[in-house]
Design a protein around this ligand. Structure first.
Ligand SMILES: [Fe+2]
Length: 268
């Protein structure tokens, strides 16, 4: 049997939220996950979070939220990262270069099992002051509460495929899963590493399909043509793609028994 964790990649803006809310009830019926996690760094109009948008996804059935470099982009959401009311619900990668506040791991009781969820940021092509995710993981695993928790999920929010694969192998056998987020483009390499760690380079986005990483394609192309041009628009409606992974983890050993990619499409 094992513990089933359903993890959605970066949810991008209203179209991503609406798509997730429409598909999640059916997915829950079909897959019966014990815990549903989503990366929320792009939740609020593509950058950052707000209480309203988080509550929207909580109501839709997401149990817990991770983040990334954009988590701090909406000032309305920043206080939530230290708010006791969100202590069991919301984490951010505090090893990120100019991370302002927050906590980067929590232990959540799921049925009879404690589950660690941790969030780390990659260094390559991100903020130059980002602290090493490798040594950050070592440090996390010295903590007694974490050592006592067998099921350990890491959202590794990073840009470079090599850093992500290297981190996966570094973590193999020490955590139950390393799920890549941040690029918004799903990779096909979901696998269980030799030590029993579930790994995927990037889960992919929950957001607009006909887009550039979830953002409106014309403004994205313009940004590349006009160097220095900033600010992508977000499509409001259209077909959305929803990318997730479902890991089945042995609660006794913390090793992953099965890993499946989930990819759904819905018009919103
Ligand atoms: Fe990101």
């Amino acid at each position: 049997m094992g513990l089933k964790i359903l993890f959605f990649g970066d949810v991008v803006g209203a179209i991503g939220r609406n798509a997730l809310a429409s598909v999640l009830p059916g997915l829950k019926d079909r897959l019966a996950p014990d815990l549903v996690i989503a990366n929320a760094e792009n939740l609020s109009h593509g950058a950052g979070v707000t209480e309203k948008t988080l509550l929207e996804l909580s109501a839709a059935g997401v149990d817990l939220f991770t983040g990334g470099n954009h988590s701090w982009n909406n000032p309305l959401g920043v206080p939530l990262f230290d708010d006791p009311a969100w202590a069991d619900l919301l984490i951010v990668p505090t090893n990120y270069g100019d991370a302002k506040n927050g906590r980067n791991w929590i232990i959540r009781r799921v049925g009879d099992t404690d589950v660690l969820i941790a969030n780390l940021m990659g260094r390559l092509f991100t903020h130059p002051d980002t602290r090493s995710p490798f040594t950050s993981l070592d440090l996390l695993l010295t903590q007694q509460r974490i050592r006592d928790t067998k099921v350990r999920i890491v959202d590794f929010h990073a840009e470079a495929t090599a850093e992500k694969e290297a981190f996966g192998h570094f973590a193999d056998g020490r955590v139950s899963a390393v799920f890549g987020t941040h690029t918004h483009v799903a990779t096909a390499d979901a696998k269980i590493l030799p030590g029993g760690t579930a790994y995927i380079t990037d889960i992919g986005r929950c957001g607009a399909e006909d887009s550039v990483i979830g953002y409106e394609k014309k403004t994205a192309i313009k940004a590349f043509l006009d160097e220095g041009s900033r600010g992508y628009d977000l499509p409001k409606t259209g077909r959305a793609e929803l990318n997730a992974v479902l890991a089945t983890i042995d609660a006794e050993t913390g090793k992953t028994l099965a890993l499946d990619r989930i990819r759904e499409f819905v018009a919103v």
